[in-house]
Design a protein around this ligand. Structure first.
Ligand code: NAP
Length: 309
């Protein structure tokens, strides 16, 4: 097997790329493994308004590309892969199994983020890509002068519903309670937006159509009354599921599959650290992910330096 890396960072979103930039500056032999394109979920966000230093906001793609450039300039390698199948420990070394090879490292930083939670109701699978979407930034422009629905009441749902009003003639927000979870500033903007109509206390029950989305059926949770709405697209923002399956069994997870760490971002496995949205932390934000990436990198550097190899 080839000489081990000092650190392999799994995931190339804001947490992983920031960790790579710090590890690169520490002159560690650093590899970032990224499943699709770098940037993670942040790269699919139209504008990030609360990352410090950008008073006019910055595009999610642009921000993550900039962090990536910094990481590359400090010597990190980035490799696009299909997926990491498993993480195993071999003495002090860590082994990352890919479909066609195994990589080894003295330390590993897990920064795999999360992916959108899916709702298991009729029509979701059938119309995926035919009106069912998880990315308003990617697909919003297809809905110019059309009617769309956004499912969820958190920051993502409300932010993306507001974004969709740039294109759509009407945006329904279907939320299972009568109050939004989203931050106050977003709530205010959504409530003032004339193109947004709220459907409160409601569960989406099914999506219907002929080859593409044409209708949704929503049930009021109090009266159980069902109502049909003519729509052209549905965007789901009902939370996220952490990408931690590959390390299950080795790394300790909480009841919701998030990675448990101590305050130095150490997992239960010496030399394995976790940062960003895949970690059981209190706040899922790009600024937090970047900060955690920095800390995980510094702790990984300490670990690699202090051990005998
Ligand atoms: P989230 O905060 O977990 O909100 C998920 C929303 O979906 C909630 O309103 C929840 O309803 C609803 N929901 C969950 N399961 C559902 C189901 N089975 N059926 C119907 N509705 C369901 O998720 P998120 O909005 O994706 O945000 C994830 C994290 O990223 C959060 O920490 C968020 O603050 C952060 N984030 C921040 C920003 C920003 O700061 N601008 C932007 C995007 C995301 P209930 O409210 O009833 O639980």
């Amino acid at each position: 097997m080839a000489e081990p890396y000092d650190v392999i960072i799994v995931g190339g979103g804001p947490a992983g790329l920031t960790a790579a930039l710090y590890c690169g500056r520490a002159r560690m032999k650093t590899l970032v493994l990224e499943k699709a394109t770098t940037g993670g979920q942040a790269a699919t966000t139209d504008v990030i308004e609360n990352y410090p230093g950008f008073p006019d906001g910055i595009g999610g793609y642009e921000l993550t590309e900039r962090i990536k450039q910094q990481a590359l300039e400090f010597g990190a390698e980035i490799q696009e892969i299909k997926e990491v199948i498993s993480l195993e420990a071999d003495g002090k070394l860590k082994l990352l199994k890919l479909a066609d090879s195994t990589l080894s490292a003295r330390s590993v930083i897990i920064a795999t983020g999360s992916e959108p939670r899916k709702l298991e109701i009729p029509g979701v699978e059938e119309f995926h890509g035919k009106g069912v979407s998880y990315c308003a930034t990617c697909d919003g422009a297809f809905y110019r002068d059309r009617v769309v629905a956004v499912i969820g009441g958190g920051n993502s749902a409300v932010e993306e519903a507001i974004f969709l009003t740039r294109f759509a003639s009407k945006v329904y927000i279907v939320h299972r309670r009568d109050e939004l979870r989203a931050d106050k500033i977003l709530r205010e903007r959504a409530l003032e937006n004339p193109k947004i109509e709220f459907i409160w206390d409601a569960h989406l029950k099914k999506i219907l159509g002929n080859g593409k989305v044409e209708e949704m059926v929503v049930e009021n949770k109090n009266t159980h009354e069902r109502t049909s709405y003519q729509i052209d697209g549905v965007f789901f923002y009902i939370g996220a599921v952490p990408n931690t399956e590959f390390c299950e069994g080795l790394v300790e997870l909480d009841g919701r599959e998030y990675i448990i760490t101590d305050e130095a971002l150490r997992t239960n496995v010496p030399g394995v650290f976790a940062c960003g949205d895949c970690r059981a932390n209190l706040l899922k934000q790009v600024a937090v992910a970047a900060g955690e990436g920095a800390l995980a990198a510094v702790e990984a550097e300490k670990y690699v330096e202090e051990e005998d190899w």
